[in-house]
Design a protein around this ligand. Structure first.
Ligand code: ADE
Ligand code: ZN
Length: 349
């Protein structure tokens, strides 16, 4: 079972509204959408040994995380299956097929190039394959996207800088840089130079903070990296002054309810501060993080948080609007998405 949270029944009209919402996903790691069955199919195709005897065993291991690090160990190991440009395309398309079923209309996914280049995979195959998948997904499903290249913070900051340089031929196809992996012990400040360079090259910046790390790390991330969004950021709720700062500056938080419970950021879903943040005027959003590992895609996250916190239709509308507003989509695309949201809230198709 996902969590020990007391489960409230989701009222029919709220469940129907969640189905209808045009969803914008701002926090999903493509590598975290690698379902065990696809991982084993790709591993067989590439002749790569996998760390578990079967997809079923990998799925069982994915139920037993006790911390961010215990999850990341499995996540990085499974990435060994991804080798060719076609693998990255197939991974991306498999995610978009599920996202489409969930009503996702725009997505800004992360990928971790260093997880692949450190194994000898060419960065051109990683980015080229993902872009192939995103283009095909837009043709098939009409889902628009902006791709975010994330640096691994457990590796030296110089490696992030080398990665930014290696990606230079692709920069006009990326929308932002990000920062992920183990948070505690790997603060944001050493990455300030690379983030400043990325911004000077025309990219936006986002970064994970306030997941396992304390509220203070959210403030330090805003100060050091000048990010437009904080990924997770939920532990900011522990500091009232920081909550006021977030509400005033309008920075978007990309919260991931199922991930937070699975990785024990909160013991149960009803302890999530998402409603408190929303009430305080913070631009919080709902996302899936690593849906292949955390028991569901974005729709499941909306349903879980709505049930646990008893969210109203108006609150769900604000969460969806925050995601449109906080995205890096063009003004025209945002207008289309807001029109779709207004229809969904009015009960129309
Ligand atoms: N990489 C993939 N998922 C992550 C998470 N939840 N936190 C930090 N790094 C990640
Ligand atoms: Zn994440």
């Amino acid at each position: 079972m996902l969590s020990d949270a007391p489960r409230r029944q989701l009222a029919g009209p709220i469940a129907a509204l969640i189905e209808r919402l045009p969803k914008v996903e701002l926090h999903v790691h493509l590598e975290g959408t690698l379902e065990p069955e696809l991982a084993y199919e790709l591993a067989a195709r590439n002749g790569i040994p996998m760390p578990y005897a079967s997809a079923a065993e990998m799925r069982r291991a994915a139920m037993e995380f006790t911390s961010l690090q215990s999850f990341l160990d499995v996540y990085y190991a499974a990435c060994a299956a991804l080798v060719t440009r076609a693998d990255f395309r197939d991974l991306t398309l498999a995610y978009l097929e599920r996202a489409n079923a969930d009503g996702v209309r725009h997505v800004e996914p992360f990928f971790d190039p260093q997880t692949h280049t450190d194994r000898g995979v060419a960065i051109d195959d990683v980015i080229g394959g993902i872009l192939d998948g995103l283009a095909e997904g837009e043709r098939r499903y009409g889902i628009t996207s902006g791709l975010i290249m994330s640096f691994l913070r457990h590796l030296p900051p110089e490696a992030a800088d080398v990665t930014l340089s290696a990606a230079e031929p692709w920069l006009d196809r990326l929308v932002a840089v990000g920062l992920d992996s183990s948070e505690v012990g790997f603060p944001p400040e050493p990455f300030a130079g690379t983030f400043a360079r990325a911004r000077s090259l025309g990219l936006k910046a986002v970064a994970h903070a306030g997941e396992e790390g304390e509220a203070e790390l959210v403030a330090r991330t805003l100060d050091a990296l000048a990010v437009s969004r904080v990924d997770h950021g939920v532990r900011a709720a522990e500091d009232p002054a920081l909550v006021r700062r977030l509400a005033e500056c309008g920075v978007t938080l990309t919260a991931c309810p199922n991930s937070n419970v699975r990785l024990r950021v909160f013991p149960t879903m009803d302890r999530s501060p998402i409603k408190r943040l929303l009430d305080a005027g913070v631009a919080v959003t709902v996302n899936s993080d690593d849906p292949a590992y955390f028991g569901g895609y974005i729709g499941d996250n909306y349903r879980a948080i709505a049930a646990a916190l008893g969210l109203t239709a108006a609150e769900l509308g604000r969460l969806a609007a925050n995601a449109i507003n906080g995205s890096f989509a063009s003004a025209e695309r945002k207008r289309e998405l807001f029109d779709e949201l207004a229809l969904a809230l009015a009960g129309g198709e």
